[in-house]
Ligand binder design. Structure first.
Ligand code: BES
Ligand code: MN
Ligand code: ZN
Length: 480
């Protein structure tokens, strides 16, 4: 439970712990009050740098004198806090406190309001939730109650709903691949139909066959789990066409297929449905916020496996839009799945499309593990995403879509081949492949192979799935 409170001072509030957000060296508002109550103790910890105030840094102060709560967490916001700093500060404090079972935690971030407060609240919701879904004794315990000291109850409410969406995405990604496979993922997505103005349509294998989704079905055929395609519709108002379609790669496990990945490469490949999970988390948040927009989400769900019926190198697949594809690497499967999902998306006539996919290791080589790659056929749509990401503090970087990359996708036997000529610029070749399936609709592809999943924890979030891009997309949807 997360609520806004205006009634109590930081000194007197009945809570197990208080969190004080600190930006810069001059203490104001609740920070000044806390400093007074602790007889200058807060200021001296900061001045001596025993408590660091950089963004994402937290310092726990146990059994402080002069206040009700038995713990203070000093959460650094950096000098001029951005939404990203606030998300990290909220997350790091919540994560530090979640190490013990607590009833009530109260957050005070003086001087922060609106968008920044929303981000801080979302961070606190995400930070106390971990990846230990199958442990008898998990190490993170969300407190029973989180209080945010502010008069802006709407921001607390919105931040909570955004954090919940991020956490749904994270949970779906963190679930092991024997728990989340196409059918079970689709069932989880179907739960969104309980929300107002949301409807869910699920295509099973038979329907996918009838719809000629030969590219997606090719990838799926080696698995004992049948594929699914899920269409989520959120209609917050009556505008005729959806203003945005959010499309996600949902490879519930990517073994690489016959182009088998080595063990090390396979270990984290439950994360290969992160794009699809981002779609589900985003639509949940948008629907709970009740935003006045019309948005659709489409996810292609398959498992990329090996069997006597796996698709082969040399196979030619016929995609839903009629283009034929020569398969030269079964590990370049995400683009094959998305090809058909993008074509289904076009049929629903959205004004613009954004897709999310853990598509290429090459994108990690280019941008590292914290930055998502952007690729577009429409600069102003891409700029809108860049701007939105900056507003909420998520890191993205655009890569070029130079024409000559398409040359590499020419096949001797089919309309296209599914890999480029060599490894260089592999994130771009993959994006160029997707571009073949979006026609002239404004489209931006987000390669989240780097930021979707982390091997180890950060100060503000547990290891595993990050829920990257949910906040950026929700922010866009709220402005449509
Ligand atoms: N799912 C992987 C990409 C990936 C790699 C995601 C690391 C997350 C972390 C994708 O299906 C893949 O295997 N891509 C190949 C493409 C290649 C065969 C052209 C890759 O990146 O090696
Ligand atoms: Mn692959
Ligand atoms: Zn993959």
């Amino acid at each position: 439970m997360i609520t806004a409170t205006t009634s109590e001072s930081i000194k007197d509030i009945q809570a197990d712990a208080v969190v004080i957000g600190i930006s810069g060296k001059t203490l104001t508002g609740a920070a000044a009050e806390l400093n007074e109550a602790t007889q200058g103790g807060l200021q001296s910890l900061i001045d001596s740098e025993k408590a660091k105030t950089g963004s994402g840094k937290v310092t726990s102060w146990l059994e402080p004198q002069g206040i009700q709560a038995s713990t203070i967490v000093i959460a650094g916001l950096g000098e001029q806090p951005t939404a990203g700093d606030c998300y990290k500060a909220g997350g790091a404090a919540a994560k530090a406190l979640a190490g013990t079972k607590l009833d009530t935690v109260a957050f005070y971030f003086p001087g922060i309001d609106g968008v920044l407060l929303e981000s801080a609240v979302a961070g606190s919701v995400v930070g106390c939730t971990g990846q230990e879904l199958h442990k008898e004794k998990p190490s993170l315990h969300p407190p029973n109650q989180i209080l945010w000291a502010t008069g802006d109850g709407a921001a607390v409410n919105a931040g909570t709903k955004i954090g919940d969406g991020v956490n749904l995405t994270r949970e779906l990604v963190n679930q092991p691949p024997n728990y989340i496979y196409p059918e079970s993922f689709a069932n989880r997505a179907a739960e969104l139909a309980e929300l107002e103005n949301v409807t869910v349509e699920i295509w099973d294998k038979e329907k996918l066959l009838a719809e000629n989704c030969g590219s997606l079905l090719g990838v799926a055929q080696g698995s004992d789990f049948d594929p699914r395609l899920v269409i989520l519709r959120y209609q917050g108002n009556n505008s005729e066409n959806p203003s945005m379609a959010i499309v996600g790669k949902g490879v519930t496990y990517d073994s690489g297929g016959l182009s088998l990945k080595p063990s090390d490469g396979q270990k984290t490949m439950k994360c290969d449905m992160a794009g699809a999970a981002t779609v589900v988390g985003t639509i949940k948040s948008i629907a709970e916020l009740g935003s006045p927009c019309h948005i659709i989400g489409l996810v292609g769900l398959v498992e990329n496996m090996i069997s006597g019926n796996s698709y082969r190198l040399g196979d030619v697949l016929t995609s839903r839009n009629g283009k034929t594809i020569e398969v030269l690497n079964t590990d370049a499967e995400g683009r094959l799945v998305l090809a058909d999902v993008l074509d289904v998306t076009l049929g629903l006539k959205p004004d613009r499309i954004v897709d999310l996919a853990t598509l290429t290791g090459a994108c990690c080589v280019a941008l590292g593990l914290d930055i998502a790659g952007l690729f577009t056929n429409n600069q102003s749509w891409c700029d809108q995403i860049i701007e939105s990401a900056a507003e909420v503090g998520e890191e993205v970087w655009q890569l070029p879509m130079t024409k000559h990359f398409s040359e590499q996708l020419k096949s001797k036997v089919a309309d296209l081949r599914n890999i480029g000529a060599g490894r260089w610029g592999g994130a771009i070749t993959a994006a160029k492949f997707l571009e073949e399936f979006v026609d002239s609709t404004p489209w931006t592809h987000i390669d989240i192979a780097g930021p979707a999943f982390a091997d180890s924890a950060k100060s503000y979030i547990d290891g595993g799935a990050s829920g990257t891009m949910v906040r950026t997309l929700v922010n866009i949807a709220r402005g449509l």
